[in-house]
Design a protein around this ligand. Structure first.
Ligand code: FAD
Length: 469
């Protein structure tokens, strides 16, 4: 089936995924391609680009969920926008298969050129009980839900007389000590402490936070020495950091841990909140395409961001970001490829957009080359860590610092980096409002069951409606 309202007879550049890469490429090309008689079509199940580095702050209520996303309809006005999921690509016949959102119709979309920018998805392992009881931190819905959940658990705990229930409600566990997990737990701890300080039936010492990391260190983005300081900082806040430890089972939210070095049992924890941030993998949608993939399931790309197989680059096919294996010409990266981060995604997108135009004009293509600029992370209000490299005047191993200056840098950098002036303004004004009025610790009750009030009014509410994450 083909969809009648979508553009026909206009050369189409199809962008699969409107996240960091897709949004940036669309922004750069939409007007030029429209003016030259073509169309840029963005297919994404979400009507927005999610600014993922803000998720920990959304989970901690420092940033409103809606402000951490950039709406496509508002900011990609010269594009054709399709709310759907690409479920397959037949590049030999220049056709993508799209399914509309909410189990909508499935249809074929013809294109002339394609950009594969579907990003990555959470990588979970077959750990018993994990799928049923865990939650990721990879989408705005998860971050918003997590914030409400943590605050609801605190309210619940403050009234229950059952000691076991109370302990479970006030225990928060994150598995994965990368940036997302470390920032996520540190931010949530900060919010939870504020919430408890405002509740005179609880003490901060009632709270328990645990970070579980399978490797011997956390945060591979900063030096080992700095990572050790972050661990010491987290521990000084009462956060348990368990290194060389992994999750063995999570049945009924009873966590069994194992020591990764000798595979011996490493303790048991009962918790209502299990957050899984232990890694990402390329979006599996690419397995349903005729594009060349590497061993890790990523689309193989050349340094010029054309999809490239054993016989050389494919005509009219481009890829970048987390879904693609792009050579890291600096000699860094893992296995010679760019690591999956926003720093690369947004810069690759700009080179990709330039190369699309260059290829059309028969001009030489540019290779993607980017020296890692380091990283900044927030660890709760006024706390952070930064590692800055390869900027003018900063060479070699760069400079690293922590505390308030790092937190400030984190805020300024991300507040500036979120696309569009309108979103920057929303984020910065929120920072100012929070500084004046303090953190907002009210959960939105029943956001996950919006019909509950109506069901209660009409006498159709379920007999018990125990909250679940
Ligand atoms: C919590 C968290 C914090 C992070 N913090 C940092 C940080 O501080 N610094 C940093 O450099 N990086 C950070 N990252 C990593 C960074 O956000 C990613 O590397 C970056 O978003 C990759 O961009 P992308 O365009 O490849 O993918 P994404 O930005 O994820 O975009 C992919 C898009 O594809 C869409 N999509 C998915 N499936 C389909 C489909 N079938 N059809 C059509 N569209 C589809 C998605 O809805 C999404 O909009 C963080 C990531 C997370 C999860």
């Amino acid at each position: 089936m083909s969809f009648t309202q979508l553009a026909k007879d206009r050369p189409r550049l199809l962008i699969v995924g409107g996240g960091y890469v897709g949004f940036t490429v669309a922004q750069e090309l939409q007007k030029r391609i429209k003016d030259s008689g073509g169309v840029v079509t963005v297919v994404d199940p979400n009507p927005y680009m999610t600014y993922l580095p803000f998720l920990p702050e959304v989970a901690a209520g420092n940033i409103e969920g809606r402000h951490a996303v950039v709406p496509h309809r508002q900011h990609l006005r010269d594009c054709e926008l399709v709310g759907g999921r690409v479920i397959g690509v037949d590049h030999a016949n220049r056709t993508a298969t799209v399914q509309g959102v909410d189990e909508g119709e499935t249809f074929e979309l013809a294109y002339d050129e394609i950009v594969i920018s579907g990003g990555s998805v959470t990588r979970a392992f077959p750990i018993e009980g994990l799928a049923e009881n865990g939650i990721g931190l990879k989408s705005i819905e998860e971050a918003v839900g997590l914030r409400d959940w943590v605050l609801e658990r605190i309210e619940f705990a403050s009234l229950t007389s059952d000691e076991d229930e109370r302990r479970r409600a006030l225990t928060f566990v994150v598995v994965g000590g990368g940036y997302a997990g470390t920032e996520g737990l540190a931010e949530i701890e900060d919010m939870a402490r504020t919430a408890v300080e405002r509740n005179d039936r609880l003490q901060p010492s009632d709270l328990r936070f645990v970070l579980i990391e399978a490797m011997g260190r956390i945060m591979p983005e900063v030096s080992e020495e700095r990572a050790e300081k972050v661990v010491a900082h987290l521990r000084s806040r009462g956060i348990e950091v368990l290194l060389n430890t992994s999750l063995d089972s999570a049945v009924d939210k009873h966590l069994k841990l194992i020591n990764m070095q000798d595979k011996s049992p490493a303790g048991e924890i009962d918790t209502d909140t299990l957050v899984w941030t232990a890694g990402v993998q390329a979006n599996p949608l690419v397995k349903n395409t005729d594009f060349p993939l590497d061993q890790r399931g990523r689309v193989r790309a050349g340094a010029d961001l054309r999809i490239t197989g054993d016989d050389g680059p494919l005509e009219g096919a481009w890829a970048a970001g987390d879904v693609a294996a792009v050579p890291d010409l600096t000699g860094g990266g893992v296995g010679g490829f760019c690591v999956p981060n926003a720093q690369h995604a947004v810069r690759q997108a700009r080179v990709l957009a330039k190369n699309v135009l260059a290829a059309r004009a028969g001009k030489p293509l540019e290779d993607y080359y980017h020296e890692n600029l380091g990283a900044v992370a927030g660890l709760g209000l006024y706390k952070g860590v930064a590692s800055i490299k390869n900027l003018p005047g900063i060479k070699g191993n760069g400079v690293e610092f922590s505390g308030f200056p790092a937190w400030m840098m984190h805020r300024l950098y991300h507040g500036y980096a979120i696309p569009t002036v309108e979103r920057k303004a929303r984020v910065f004004s929120e920072y100012v409002l929070n500084a004046v009025f303090g953190r907002d610790t009210a959960p939105i009750r029943h956001a996950r069951e919006p019909r509950l009030n109506f069901q209660e009014a009409t006498g159709t509410a379920p007999a018990t409606s125990k909250a679940s994450l």
